[in-house]
Design a protein around this ligand. Sequence first.
Ligand SMILES: Cc1ncc(COP(=O)(O)O)c(C=O)c1O
Length: 390
Amino acid sequence: MQLAHRLQPLQSNVFADMDQAKARARSAGREIIDLSLGSSDLPTAEHITQTIAHSLSDPSTHGYLLFHGTQPFRQAAAAWYTRKFGIPVDPETEVLALIGSQEGTAHLPLAVLNPGEFALLLDPGYPSHAGGVYLASGQIYPMPLLAENGFLPIFADIPEPVLAQARLMVLSYPHNPTAACAPLAFFQEAVAFCQAHNLVLAHDFPYADLTFEDVTLPSILQADPDKTVSIEFFSLSKSYNMGGFRVGYAIGNATLITALRQVKAAVDFNQYQGILHGAVAALTGPQTGVQAMVNTFRQRRDACIHALDRIGWQAPTPTATMYIWAKLPTAWTQSSMEFCTQLVEATGVALSPGSGFGKTGEGYVRFALVHEPPILATAIDRIAQFLSQV
Ligand SMILES: Cc1ncc(COP(=O)(O)O)c(C=O)c1O
């Protein structure tokens, strides 16, 4: 059978190879401690699950959910955004419900790229950003993120011929996988650059709430309050532990919102309405669970950094996200993929190889803090044992 060429870059990926290594470790009887996936282990708050459960017995929620049906959700999202960032948003024209933010960022290239045109992506970066560009038959220009630049891209390094064919730039801070944060001044530079070069600027912002500092992280729309080129993607997966429910939203330039809605209209009828009712309860209800989630990840971050320090593996302490981005130990001379496959097969501890997020991620591994501190400590003891034998 002949499949489309655009599928080729999606076929081999580091994470599929890691899944096989995990399966081999499992069948060899190893107990797996999986720190490779950024999927929160925390439960969704009861007032949210009860709202969804209540919806189930209401037959009016059982049909297709068309655009007018998502209005209460759009209003809740707009109000949440304005409360947090102080910028007015029109729920009718500037908000779009999504089946998770990943769905939105992966579909956006279909709305803005013609085949062969370039998207400027962070390297390392979240894999579905590249996946969406491949599905739209676009080309990727990876903007390398280096520690010495605070893991921020240098726009002046983008070659002119690439810029001439580029239509889209995708940013995402706090950043997965490096956990870097971007100041508002960087977003202002990005907006000015995209305006000057006629680029759409997408900002993937699922960790908007997951910060350990007492400041609100900047939104891209604070650098583009008139929403001239920008669209920002939000998720309820991290803030409200709702990853499995698949709910997120986009806020931004009305033309981009309409274009993305047109792509989606060909693909889906939105998720189950009860999930959006639960999301409204999350966005408009008590926010104490958000703070509890942040406190949990702060404790895990501290426990993990402390345990790594104890075994002589220094990694920067992240100020946001649920990840630690650590340089491979100096004793290790092979690739990040070799490190992760050998580690999981020998110890059952699964980490993500930096190369899975892009070429510039080589030399690093990512820890996802998705277990309690005692399990993290066990994982790091096992890593110490593994390293003592290399
Ligand atoms: C940068 C980034 N974007 C999107 C997602 C997925 O979010 P959602 O569950 O809303 O699709 C993740 C999840 O880890 C992420 O790290």
